[in-house]
Design a protein around this ligand. Sequence first.
Ligand code: GAL
Length: 433
Amino acid sequence: MSSSLTRRLIKASAIAAACLINVPAFAGQVEVLHWWTSGGESKSVEELKRLLAAQGHTWRDFAVAGGGGDTAMAVLRQRVLAGNPPAAAQIKGPAIQEWGKLNVLADLDDVATEQKWDAQLPKVVANVMKVNGHYVAAPVNVHRVNWLWINREALRKTGSKVPNTWDEFFSVAEKMKANGIIPVAHGGQSWQEFTTFESVVLGVAGAEFYRRAFVQLDPTALKSNTMASALQTFRRIKDYTDAKAPGRDWNVATGMVIKGEAGMQFMGDWAKGEFLAAGKQPAKDFVCVAAPGTARAFTFNVDSFAMFRLKDPSAVKAQKALAATIMRSDFQQTFNLNKGSIPVGTGVQMDKFDLCAQESAAYFAATAMINTLVPSIAHLMAQPAPIETALREVVAAYWNNDRMTTEEAMIKMVSGVAKAKQPVAAGNAAKAS
Ligand code: GAL
């Protein structure tokens, strides 16, 4: 062999070796089902894709549009029942247990032990991520649902102060209406109606009542004078929404507040992701304030990815890398800065977060101490899907049909819950989650 050929071969092998160092030998593909398709949401999920790619893995995007995830969950069921689950899916709350019972989820204990998830996660969150004591899902964030978002200029124009009580809220809404501003940007989809309703119940009746009604499903709370007054307050809000609300997506509604066409929106802090993606700043351009009457309480909504059991070893590697990346503090920080939520793991620096997130973090901790931290019913944290759906349908019907009486709505809530509670076969439970 000529010496120049030998030199070229040595050089080629050195380059090949260097390439191998940069690309992990076990690079695989993860297919991830999620419903994060709005401006702020997609910006957030990009970070996860970027970090996985940096480890040599490929992200196969399985995005199913539709806020709140109803459509995504329907598509997931079809895929799993057909025996072809994605590597990971955005599944949260009690639904994780339902899927776990079907024995289709992967065990993430090795990743969890290595990264000390038990020490990093609040116990209430860790328990939700485990089935029979084994981790099957990784949490990405904590959203606070009981927020009211307000366009700062709309407040100024109408000479209003930030409302803290329902009376103040309705007086601001009245002034906005008089000034040609749509007071409340609403997206007429049942999950958005339910999102507003849970904040109204919390604000009108407090955390203890909320828990009795939506966690314990106590019929004497679901049908009570207190629930009646929450329903009436909820219905009053409708007068301040516009005729084009039916069917509107939540981020389109947020867009109306961003532009100042509308003044306020009841929505979880994923709405902040939209304000930020549009270049708006808290305090200067928009206000985040707890929904009236809910300042000392917190409805939590923790997003997470459950992992499905896979056979291909390279896909399993990529899946474990996804789980590990989700719990890395650099991911938790960047993702949550964009998403509007706060990191779920302890030990993430909060100094880069804005005042809405700082407030959320402080109240998440404080409300846990005073027992006013409650799971969001509308975002599937409090109940399995069949019960959530039963309540949501009544709330949406009540909102959309002015002829339905408060009494009728409450009777339907009680009977809907009783029906949804009836024991179902494990397969049916997951079908409905
Ligand atoms: C929630 C989810 C949030 C946000 C929202 C709107 O259920 O937890 O992360 O995506 O839906 O799509």
